[in-house]
Write a protein that binds this ligand. Structure first.
Ligand SMILES: Cc1cc2nc3c(=O)[nH]c(=O)nc-3n(C[C@H](O)[C@H](O)[C@H](O)COP(=O)(O)OP(=O)(O)OC[C@H]3O[C@@H](n4cnc5c(N)ncnc54)[C@H](O)[C@@H]3O)c2cc1C
Length: 365
């Protein structure tokens, strides 16, 4: 991936990246999930998400700029650490984190995270905690950049149904940090979530689920066109029931892909084709308007991949149930879509509530 420059995919060219946009990033994630490995695609989603956080606020921060410049050269993989064991899928509520000013004006922080993709393996971590001196207001959040030697995680903490390569394990982060570790202003965490953390996460994970859905269709297509039954003289693909399975899954998955690429294109239009220099004005937050669409694409793609992986398993019959065909692994990977925060129960309700009563009805805290 570093040979292709993919770690710096969305990093501006003057910082050594490829300077690509939202549509391209969605296509890259979908391709890795479909033709490569879903765990790698998810690790990559969290990497690009972490990079988007840094890009939003790199303008006056030399440390962040140096990390961005080194991504591909030094093979630096990042991730986002938000989830808190006390608040489950409400990853915007870091109840267990602590942060306070030290006498010399730095911050002493402790983050206890219940899930962090690439925990212990990533080279850098974009971490959210309450702001120092937050006074009990959990919407007062700040974002920090930490490095591998500042986190504690155990590789064997991750035992899961699928996405076995993800290592989305428990993570403890602590340290005394100087101001250059701040990503953006203190107290800006909620706005950073809306502008990049959530919007990029929703866009890229939706692309990952779409890639897995087509990966299932690819595997099942190969099987159904090759396997035949001697008694009927028909291949599996000759049965109209199987043809209906494929027709519906292809139509539904392409509807999800078109939806994702449409939202990604909208974000490109709103950001001057993913031009990060627009954020030198701290008030410019164009992706925030796409949050509602982000919840919808995540819901649609995660729901679809759950269904498609089931149906494609059915199309492969007992052969699909065995590991060697590969659909069994994709089905297990696919099941992460619905439960991953914000879960489909949560996104569905946000879309419904805000459609009925307006965005101002939504109070995460
Ligand atoms: C593969 C994978 C990778 C992950 N990677 C990361 C990562 O890199 N960084 C990170 O910070 N986090 C990560 N997460 C964590 C994720 O974002 C969620 O925090 C986590 O999935 C929540 O799990 P939980 O058991 O606490 O769910 P819970 O929140 O306890 O949910 C249990 C049930 O309650 C429902 N529910 C919860 N709240 C509500 C509500 N308000 N209204 C209605 N229903 C509700 C849920 O939908 C679900 O059905 C990852 C998760 C997975 C599965």
């Amino acid at each position: 991936m570093t040979e292709l420059g993919l770690l710096g995919l969305i990093v501006p060219k003057d910082l050594g990246g490829l300077g690509e946009n939202h549509v391209c990033a969605a296509m890259v994630v979908e391709t890795i999930a479909r033709y490569g490995c879903p765990s790698t695609a998810m690790v990559y989603c969290m990497h690009v998400g972490a990079v988007s956080g840094l890009l939003l606020r790199y303008h006056n921060n030399e440390l962040i700029k140096s990390v961005l410049r080194r991504l591909d050269k030094d093979k630096l993989v990042g991730t986002e650490s938000f989830s808190d064991p006390a608040t489950g899928g409400h990853f915007w509520y870091p109840l267990s984190s602590k942060n306070r000013y030290t006498k010399d004006g730095r911050f002493q922080m402790l983050k206890y995270a219940s899930w962090t993709t690439s925990a212990g393996f990533a080279d850098f971590y974009v971490v959210q905690t309450t702001s120092p001196g937050f006074g009990g207001d959990y919407s007062d959040l700040s974002v920090f950049l930490l490095f591998k030697d500042e986190v504690r995680a155990h590789a064997d903490d991750w035992k899961s149904l699928g996405l076995h390569g993800n290592q989305s394990g428990v993570l403890i982060t602590e340290g005394v940090l100087s101001k250059e570790r701040q990503v953006g202003e203190l107290g800006e965490g909620a706005a950073i979530n809306d502008e990049v953390v959530d919007t990029w996460f929703l866009l890229l994970t939706a692309s990952c689920w779409n890639g897995i859905a087509f990966g299932c269709i690819d595997v099942a297509c190969r099987h159904a066109t090759e396997k035949d039954h001697a008694d009927t003289g028909l291949r599996v693909c000759d049965y109209p029931t199987i043809q209906d399975y494929f027709g519906e899954c292809i139509i539904d998955t392409n509807a999800c892909r078109a939806f994702v690429f449409n939202v990604a294109h909208g974000m490109d239009l709103a950001t001057n084709n993913n031009d990060w220099t627009i954020h030198s004005d701290l008030k410019v937050m164009p992706r925030t308007d796409f949050l509602h669409w982000g919840w919808q694409i995540k819901f649609a793609a995660a729901k679809n991949v759950g269904h498609v992986s089931d149906v494609m398993l059915h199309a492969c019959g007992g052969s699909g149930y065995k590991t060697e065909l590969g659909i069994e692994r994709l089905l297990r990977d696919a099941k992460a879509g619905w439960v991953m925060g914000p879960s489909n129960e949560v996104t569905r309700q946000w879309v419904g509530t805000t459609a009925l009563m307006g965005m101002e009805q939504l109070d995460y805290w």
